[in-house]
Write a new protein. Structure first.
Lengths: 289, 442
């Protein structure tokens, strides 16, 4: 049972980590609480469905197309919807909720509410010490690790990463140092939505497509981000695996309460916040940033 | 002499002109119609089924000249209402209000989720409109009729039969499959795992299953309750596999039925699935599971190759030809309009709801899925509940075999030992998945 929990927890944790890090990134850099983050993940899933099922493309090309298109969509949404009201955080929050709902309704109009699916990149499963694991799950796990590694390299080893980190630390000072803060924010939005769409692309073969599929991941992603500490990438990464393992333990320890896995994960988040209100790796006061 | 003649000619021309203008511009003659509201989640398969079934019935009736109401023939006019009940129950009640107060419909058919149909029922009853429920299965909908007949007598169940009968039928399917497994694979005692989504309607079924399964000579190894919207159930499936279950008794009406079937098929879990999986009743199930849902068995109403009676084939074939898919039970709006409302209106010769209720509640009529009669409770009160059993409505046990939905039940089924056997035309044998055979063959 322990191995089942480890494998299940690692896979769920990787998916949550990918979503949460993208969300944390744009919050850390531009203070944008992008509620539409998982809606982009949903749109990416539909793009792959359209490319594979309607246009007959190989799933891999569908995934590539989905990531590119959705990233562009995210940047356009930022330019015309979020950027004009960026200084009003409340307005941004509401605008992104509206955007998510609009995307949901558009997908419903185009694809109806019928449950759809896309094929796996690699079909079948293999055994690890008698535990059955899908190849697609393994792919998801490694893709998550690679994406996180690339993101780390981008942030730590490039000039763009330096600019992003500087902006995240202090927007005003970054601006005074000659960094085009608005441009950095837009690029960061692109990376953030790109991560959401990439997550959608690798996860969608394991799940089902429907226009409401963005809601549950949104709750879990928010929980991960709050648990890890708002804006902290390291916190999001660790928080994601904590909640992933918590969910797996619930399913195996109390089968008749498997539906409680989300609630238990959220309870852990609340418990941590009671002890440490700023989250695991968050900073206590805004001024400390 | 000349002047009066000119005047007369002018007057005649004016009169004729006015008459011609009136004739040319007169409002079109209003043809009286019977307005039927079709309510359901129109963006979803269930609502699409509601609308398709109703459209087909209305078109057939109108093409045949309409419904004879007393001295006149009246056509059917359908009014669509999107209840959006999966997302917001208030939308459903608003849609019902709009149908009655705005669109002024005479009758209503449809509804899907019990949680939404209960308040929709209240609105229809307040307005004394006949509402034939096509989708929700909770017993309470009809128990209300018996408890407060004067208020709720305008409600009739159209499809499916109630939760208790659904449960009973599922246990028969479970017993049938268990017997086949036992005989084919020489398993001395069948182990059963229950996988039921966390929803109100599944609670009584789980309770009943926990009592019935041991009485049927099987061992219950556990109950798993995933969320109705769970998208990853590999953890649950791993746990079920470890429990040693031979059969998974499924109780799913929500989307979880798809990942459960897909992941179980892809992981080659060595247990067969039987019970209720509403998603597996739809033609799109094969695509939704990427063909991994093969061998999943579920209760269902229609199957392309099966005929309950002489009405089944024309309906199913006609529906498939027109809409490109097999009708699901929400398409029984067809039955509600064509076989319940239309003949009752013709018999009563009026649209008066009270007169129609008095006729319909005592009616007995054939429909494409069997024969309809309405039950009374133990005290003899009208329930407007569908009768279940041989000779009436039984539904089917269906299984996905090689990408097609086939029916394996009823196959020489006897409700009681002395009852005659029931086998519908087009029934095929149940198939055990090859990986399950490999896992247990001795």
């Amino acid at each position: 049972m322990a191995l089942d929990i480890i494998i299940s927890g690692l896979i769920s944790g990787s998916v949550y980590a990918l979503l949460a890090i993208g969300f944390s990134l744009i919050f850390g850099v531009a203070r944008i609480v992008n509620i539409a983050h998982t809606a982009f993940y949903m749109v990416a899933g539909y793009c792959i469905y359209f490319a594979t099922h309607e246009m007959g493309f190989h799933p891999l090309w569908g995934m590539v197309a989905a990531v590119i298109l959705v990233t562009l969509l995210g940047m356009v949404a930022y330019k015309f919807l979020i950027n004009p009201i960026r200084e009003h955080e409340g307005a941004v929050l509401i605008a992104t909720i509206a955007l998510a709902m609009a995307l949901q309704e558009i997908m419903t109009l185009i694809f109806t509410g019928t449950y759809l699916s896309v094929p796996s990149l690699i079909k079948g499963y293999f055994l690890i010490l008698d535990v059955k694991v899908f190849y697609q799950q393994l792919l998801t796990f490694f893709a998550a690790l690679i994406a996180l590694g690339v993101l780390w390299a981008l942030l730590m080893k490039t000039r763009l990463g330096l600019a992003i980190r500087s902006t995240a630390q202090d927007r005003e000072v970054a601006n005074l140092m000659g960094i085009n803060e608005a441009r950095v924010a837009m690029i960061t939005m692109g990376i953030s939505v790109g991560l959401a769409s990439f997550t959608g692309a690798i996860v969608v073969p394991l799940t089902i497509l429907d226009p409401l599929m963005w809601m549950h991941p949104l709750i879990m992603m928010m929980a991960v981000v709050v648990l890890g500490g708002l804006g902290s990438l390291k916190g999001s990464f660790i928080g994601a695996y904590i909640l992933g393992f918590a969910e797996a333990i619930v399913v195996f320890a109390i089968p008749a309460g498997a539906f409680l896995k989300g609630s238990v994960a959220l309870s852990i988040m609340i418990l941590v916040l009671i002890i440490r209100p700023e989250g695991l790796f968050g900073v206590t006061f805004e001024e400390e940033r | 002499m000349k002047k009066p003649l000119v005047s007369i000619i002018v007057i005649v021309i004016v009169i004729v002109g006015v008459a011609l203008i009136y004739y040319a511009t007169r409002p079109p003659e209003v043809v009286p119609t019977i307005k039927i509201g079709v309510i359901g989640p129109m963006q979803y398969v269930q609502g699409i089924g509601h609308w398709n079934g109703a459209t087909m019935a209305a078109d057939e009736i109108n093409a045949a000249g309409g419904i004879q109401v007393g001295e006149k023939k009246m056509n059917i006019e359908l009014v669509q209402a999107d209840s959006n009940e999966f997302i917001n129950i208030t939308d459903a009640t608003n849609a019902m209000e709009r149908l009655i107060t705005n669109d002024k419909v005479d009758f209503i058919v449809g509804g899907f989720r019990t949680e939404a149909v209960l308040p929709m029922q209240d609105i229809a009853m307040e307005n004394k409109k006949i509402f034939i429920g096509v989708g929700a299965a909770h017993n309470e909908l009809c128990l209300r009729v018996a408890k407060d007949y004067d208020t709720y007598k305008y409600f009739f169940r159209g499809s499916p039969f109630n939760s208790s009968f659904l449960g009973r039928t599922s246990f028969i399917h479970l017993g049938t499959v268990a017997a086949i497994m036992k005989m084919t694979l020489n398993i001395p005692k069948i182990k059963v795992a229950i996988a039921a989504e966390k929803a109100m309607w599944t609670e009584p079924m789980i309770e009943a299953a926990e009592g019935v399964i041991p009485k049927m000579g099987m061992e219950l190894v556990g109950v798993w309750r995933p969320s109705p919207i769970a998208t990853d159930v590999t953890a649950e499936l791993s746990a079920i596999q470890r429990s040693g279950a031979h059969i998974i008794f499924t109780v799913f009406s929500s989307s979880v039925g798809i990942p459960f079937a897909r992941q179980a098929g892809e992981l080659k879990i060595s247990a067969v699935q039987v019970g209720i999986n509403v998603e597996a009743q739809k033609d799109g199930f094969s695509q939704a599971t990427q063909e991994m849902g093969n061998y999943v068995a579920t209760l269902n109403t229609y199957c392309r190759s099966v005929e309950y009676n002489e009405l089944t084939k024309p309906f199913v074939d006609g529906y498939v030809e027109r809409f490109g898919e097999t009708p699901t039970y929400t398409a029984d709006t067809y039955t509600a309009i064509k076989y319940a409302l239309a003949p009752t209106i013709e018999k009563a010769g009026t649209l008066d709801a009270d007169a129609l209720v008095a006729i319909l509640e005592n009616a007995s009529y054939m429909v494409p899925s069997g024969k309809v009669e309405y039950l009374k409770d133990a005290e003899g009160n009208h329930l407007h509940e569908l009768r279940w059993g041989p000779g009436y409505l039984t539904s089917l046990g269906v299984q996905w075999q090689d990408g097609e939905l086939k029916s394996f039940w009823p196959n020489k089924w006897k409700a009681v030992p002395e009852a005659p056997e029931v086998t519908y035309k087009g029934i095929v044998p149940y198939k055990i998945p090859p990986w399950v055979v490999d896992a247990y063959k001795q």
